[in-house]
Write a protein that binds this ligand. Structure first.
Ligand SMILES: Cc1cc2nc3c(=O)[nH]c(=O)nc-3n(C[C@H](O)[C@H](O)[C@H](O)COP(=O)(O)OP(=O)(O)OC[C@H]3O[C@@H](n4cnc5c(N)ncnc54)[C@H](O)[C@@H]3O)c2cc1C
Length: 511
């Protein structure tokens, strides 16, 4: 690979693929590397479409736009975007009081509620009858329930972290304009063959109309096709099928029931053989059913989703998708890094895919900021990315291990699945024996992507507790959930209505 001697970066980079991953990569690279003279091109096919789903994010996406200096007002109206306070999980657990729980995004302002919540969960874990469903403790749950935007009035002195929902196609378009205006060369063509050098590196891609397009370094953003690192360089793909059964999805939009009142949370509802997402945008819902084809046929899944959405209009088209779930053994191989669906995919239960895109690009860029040998940088980078994927897989699998449904063989098999990582096995063992979960998570911190409170939320929220709790007495000093709730209610007045907030933003942008 030809390197710029002064900056230790590749000189000419070709990103192949113009889905959300391709354009996020182009935007971050041009932002960091254009000032260093690195030339960045993006080549995408006009005939091979993008996946066109992927409409929910994590709070990391805020950092993406902050890094690029793009305020919410600039991009959100252009992408029909809404605010997201967290994710609600109805019907995963049948335990009384725990039929639904909420995974909020946390901020420093949540410190007191986190302590109270940990305290109650620990008591309940030790068989004392106290309220331990996270819904009661976290303000963002109530902000979402009341359909407010997570934008507190500064007078409240409350800080609220948040993420977004957006139209997957529009965000790609927005970033294409943004990155092209800053120097990314955009080539529209289809790759027909990938050429390699004698040593095995990628030399260039042959295209239908532009002949051979070469570069020093290549980014494989070709989605599930994985044209460069998988098909050409032969990097093995590590399937997650033993841990996670879902391999398909069916997606369809629906109108908002009441356009005047806009939800600010994702709903992830358990279905017969998987789960459905419901994502509010400013003009419609994005919906889909992620399921396992070992347990249900695509037609039956579509019918179940239509019934769940109460969709009587047969003309609404359903899109059926296959998912390659797992990750490459090595994200960076030779002079090519894979990003997005080409690199790997864990089912979107916690909407983590674009977070990994961002993480991968940032870590990749940071690798070149050090003076270490290229092989060492690459190996460290690959180890880190693999850990991120595996730890997200573990957290996602925990949802299935904790489910208590018995209505279909799918849920029973997912719960009884003997394939779990050592990490998940240790967390479950400590939990079930009433041990110190915080200490266990701290012990494992280098391999866990989620915070201790997220683990408390899922274990507490799904209600995996001893069945016959003892009555709480004064000495347990459990936090009264009614007090926690009252405090949240008082804070709610500082949060604006979500619909009004996004409409106001759109008006300002239009001016
Ligand atoms: C059911 C489902 C739900 C999801 N939900 C979420 C979510 O809520 N949150 C989240 O973060 N992520 C989600 N994802 C993941 C998200 O959709 C993707 O991570 C994101 O869209 C990025 O996709 P991509 O750019 O890697 O691939 P794609 O969108 O598939 O883009 C591939 C690109 O490669 C190009 N290409 C392919 N072959 C060639 C060729 N021969 N020549 C030239 N160009 C080529 C195509 O033209 C296209 O531009 C979901 C995914 C699925 C399947």
């Amino acid at each position: 690979m030809t390197m710029n001697e002064q900056t230790n970066t590749p000189q000419r980079i070709l990103i192949v693929g113009g889905g959300t991953a391709g354009w996020m990569t182009a935007a971050l690279m041009v932002h960091h590397w254009a000032p260093k003279g690195v030339q960045i091109s993006l080549l995408e096919s006009s005939t091979i479409g993008i996946i066109g789903v992927g409409e929910g994010a994590t709070p990391k996406m805020r950092r993406f736009f902050q890094t690029l200096g793009i305020p919410d007002q600039e991009w959100m109206p252009a992408c029909n975007a809404t605010y997201k306070c967290g994710i609600r999980f109805p019907q995963w657990s049948t335990r009384p009081g725990y039929e639904s729980y909420y995974h909020p995004f946390f901020t420093m302002s949540d410190d007191a509620s986190i302590r109270a919540f940990h305290h109650n969960v620990t008591l309940r874990q030790q068989n004392i009858d106290v309220q331990a469903n996270p819904d009661w403790f976290f303000l963002s749950n109530w902000v979402a329930k009341k359909r407010c935007a997570p934008l507190p009035d500064p007078r409240s002195r409350y800080e609220s972290d948040y993420a977004y929902h957006f139209d997957a196609r529009l965000i790609g378009e927005f970033l294409r304009h943004w990155a092209s205006a800053r120097g990314v060369t955009h080539v529209v063509d289809t790759v027909t063959r990938v050429q390699q050098t004698e040593s095995g590196d990628i030399a260039g891609v042959e295209t239908e109309q532009h002949g051979l397009v070469d570069a020093d370094f290549f980014v494989d953003c070709t989605g599930f096709a994985n044209l460069l690192s998988g098909k050409t360089l032969g990097v093995p793909f590590m399937s997650y099928k033993p841990w996670l059964f879902n391999d398909r999805a069916v997606a369809m939009p629906t109108p908002l029931e009441n356009p005047q009142s806009l939800p600010s949370e994702t709903l992830s509802t358990a279905m017969k053989c998987g789960w459905s997402w419901k994502i509010p945008l400013t003009n419609r819902y994005g919906n889909g059913y992620v399921y396992s084809s070992d347990f249900i046929e695509p037609d039956a899944a579509e019918r179940e989703l239509r019934a769940h959405l109460q969709l009587t209009d047969d003309s609404v088209e359903a899109r059926h998708l296959q998912m390659r779930v797992g990750r490459l053994a090595r994200t960076w191989e030779r002079n090519c890094v894979a990003i997005g669906l080409a690199q790997g995919f864990v089912e979107p239960l916690e909407a983590t895919a674009l977070m990994i895109v961002q993480d991968t690009v940032e870590q990749f860029i940071a690798s070149f900021g050090t003076a270490r040998a290229l092989e060492r940088q690459r190996d460290d980078f690959n180890d880190k990315i693999n850990r991120v994927y595996d730890s997200i897989r573990d957290y996602i699998q925990m949802h299935y291990k904790l489910n208590t449904r018995t209505d279909t063989p799918y849920w029973v098999a997912a719960r009884d699945n003997p394939n779990v990582s050592d990490s998940v096995a240790a967390i479950l063992a400590i939990w079930d024996e009433g041990g110190d979960l915080l200490a266990e998570i701290t012990r494992q911190r280098d391999r866990l992507a989620y915070s201790p409170t997220s683990w408390f939320c899922i274990l507490g929220g799904m209600g995996r507790f001893p069945k016959k709790p003892r009555r709480a007495t004064g000495k347990h000093q459990a936090v009264d959930p009614a007090t926690a709730r009252k405090q949240c209610m008082e804070m709610l007045r500082y949060f604006p209505d979500h619909r009004q907030a996004v409409d106001e933003m759109a008006k300002v942008t239009a001016i």
